[in-house]
Design a protein around this ligand. Structure first.
Ligand code: THU
Length: 236
């Protein structure tokens, strides 16, 4: 993560006017988790800054305590505030320690790393942990699945990894690895497949299965006829 004043330039908002939306969420640990708006051509799959930043915080074994947001819409803010008893700040602290999502030992084989990552999954409802490693031009970004009281606001491991990367100013992704140790056959859900098509068409997804076998797929093979339309880009 570079500078906080760059956050407003990181949001991915090709379908709306909400291009400068960002926030930071303070964790109990003292780390601050950045979030930007990450839209999807299937609009309901869009992740808003506070939503993603809170999930990023929880996925780091941390607890959200306060936030500062610069957003056009305060989508779902009342839900997050009451759910985590968050304090809403009126200004960003002068200095803050921003969470940086790049794995330091990213060259190491991910199977071992996934063993360390899996316990970070927040799965009070499913007890079904998933870990994702997103290979970007800047290094490897991790994600685990995070479940919250409202099931539909949880984030899959794959989508959290993409959200974290975009919120760190990274938009070029080369490969995704998925580990679901309790799954017989690890496989991204339909919603994640649509998001993968938005971010990494033509790229590789490596699925690590419960029996330690691995299968390799191209994103368009995982989602043939993905939703797309040339009508939806915001031409402002
Ligand atoms: N899940 C993922 O994180 N990735 C997938 O590819 C499939 C499903 C999560 C979402 C939820 O937390 C749990 O698995 C059960 O659906």
């Amino acid at each position: 993560m570079k500078k906080i004043n760059q956050l407003e330039t990181y949001s991915y908002s090709p379908y709306s006017d909400h291009s400068g939306d960002w926030c930071v969420v303070e964790g109990k640990s003292g780390l601050w988790y950045p979030g930007v708006r990450v839209e999807n051509i299937s609009f309901p799959l869009t992740i808003t800054p506070l939503h993603g930043a809170i999930c990023s915080c929880l996925a780091n074994g941390d607890q959200p305590v306060s936030f500062y947001a610069e957003t056009d819409t305060n989508e779902l803010h009342p839900y997050w505030i009451s759910e985590y008893n968050l304090q809403e700040r009126k200004a960003v602290p002068e200095t803050l320690d921003l969470f940086h999502p790049i794995l330091e030992n990213g060259q190491q084989k991910s199977l071992q790393l996934s063993e360390a990552l899996i316990p970070k999954a927040v799965t009070p409802h499913s007890d079904f942990p998933v870990a994702a490693f997103l290979y970007t031009d800047d290094g490897v970004v991790t994600g685990v699945n995070v479940e919250v009281s409202s099931w539909s606001l949880g984030l899959c491991a794959e989508r959290l990894a993409i959200f974290r990367a975009v919120s760190a100013g990274i938009q070029s992704f080369n490969k995704l690895e998925v580990y679901a140790p309790k799954g017989d056959f690890s496989s991204p859900c339909g919603a994640c497949r649509q998001v993968l098509m938005e971010w990494m068409p033509g790229k590789t997804v490596e699925l690590h299965h419960g029996d330690l076998t691995v299968s390799t797929h191209k994103t368009e093979h995982l989602l043939p006829f993905a939703f797309s339309s040339s009508q939806l880009k915001n031409e402002h």
